[in-house]
Design a protein. Structure first.
Length: 312
């Protein structure tokens, strides 16, 4: 069941959130409404959705400054001008599921509307610099980041990576909120008991892992992106991406990238990408599709970083 409470302030994605929907995963912040970057509220969107949707299977309605989408059995969501998220729950929907979409798809759209590139992946703080891991679903992004945390490094973000450019065109990643999402097999490999964590969905084997003590709170310069790719052969390989592959990788792994052209942001995305690829190193990291190789991946990445650092 959904719960309406007195509006609370939170800090996530580099933004002040003012929400009547509890967000227990996100650090609380004592703010007034006039200090708010994004307001999150409940509202009835059912009639508006029926008017907007012309095709039976249409999932997203996109206008200049507004995006609407429906998750069957959960809620209708409306995101406006990078400033407001309205949630219209469907009968008997679960608040935990609603929060997943608020902190996932909705915030990804907010970032696009604010012209911040939301990369889909995980990022860690290695020696005061941000390194991002991107890849298709199941590639092992979160598991790899969790392995770095086991080695004493800190997480910047899991799932959505807000990438902005400084006045000097230096790309940096803004921390999101201190939580990871890991599958049961990853918990097993790390010796973690699933009874200690909450499943993301009922009868689901993916869990929410709070990592407050291992979270990096400050924005950090992005210096490297590793694209994780599963292969049939049994070796771990790292190779640099050329310029054309870099542009493909940034666009392909932009969170909800199908919305970029529909929001009229193709030129902006390309311009931002040009500035980003000039300043960072990008690699493809191939790993075998069987076996738990994440500890080897950590060693290979750290070795690669050390080699790159020694050249400068």
């Amino acid at each position: 069941m959904v719960e309406i409470v007195q509006n609370l302030g939170y800090r996530a994605f580099g933004l002040n959130l003012f929400s009547e929907i509890p967000l227990p995963e996100v650090p609380r912040l004592g703010i007034s409404k006039d200090m708010t970057d994004v307001e999150i509220e409940y509202g009835d969107l059912s009639e508006l959705w029926e008017k907007q949707v012309l095709l039976p299977k249409q999932k997203y309605v996109v206008e200049d400054h507004m995006v609407m989408f429906q998750v069957p059995g959960i809620a209708i969501f409306k995101i406006q001008e990078g400033k407001k998220i309205t949630v219209s729950p469907i009968s008997n929907s679960d608040e935990d599921q609603i929060r997943l979409y608020i902190l996932g798809t909705c915030m990804g759209i907010i970032l696009l509307q604010k012209k911040v590139i939301p990369l889909h992946g995980s990022a860690v703080n290695i020696n005061g610099k941000a390194y991002a891991f991107v890849g298709d679903s199941g590639a092992g992004k979160s598991t790899l980041a969790a392995a770095f945390l086991k080695e004493g490094f800190q997480l910047l973000s899991d799932d959505i990576l807000p990438i902005s450019l400084s006045k000097e065109n230096i790309p940096f990643i803004t921390p999101t909120y201190p939580q990871q999402k890991l599958w049961q097999e990853s918990l097993n490999a790390f010796g973690m008991d699933n009874l200690d964590y909450q499943p993301l969905f009922e009868r689901e084997t993916k869990y929410a892992i709070p990592i407050t003590s291992s979270f990096s709170n400050e924005p950090l310069p992005l210096v490297g992106v590793f694209e994780l790719v599963k292969t049939e052969h049994g070796e771990v390989t790292i190779q640099k991406l050329n310029q054309l592959e870099r542009f493909r990788t940034l666009y392909y792994h932009t969170y909800r990238n199908f919305l970029v052209p529909r929001l009229g942001l193709m030129e902006w995305h390309f311009t931002e990408s040009v500035n980003i690829v000039k300043k960072i190193q990008m690699y493809q990291l191939q790993r075998p599709n069987t076996g738990f190789t994440v500890n080897h991946l950590v060693s290979q990445i750290l070795e690669n970083i050390n080699e790159e650092d020694s050249l400068f």
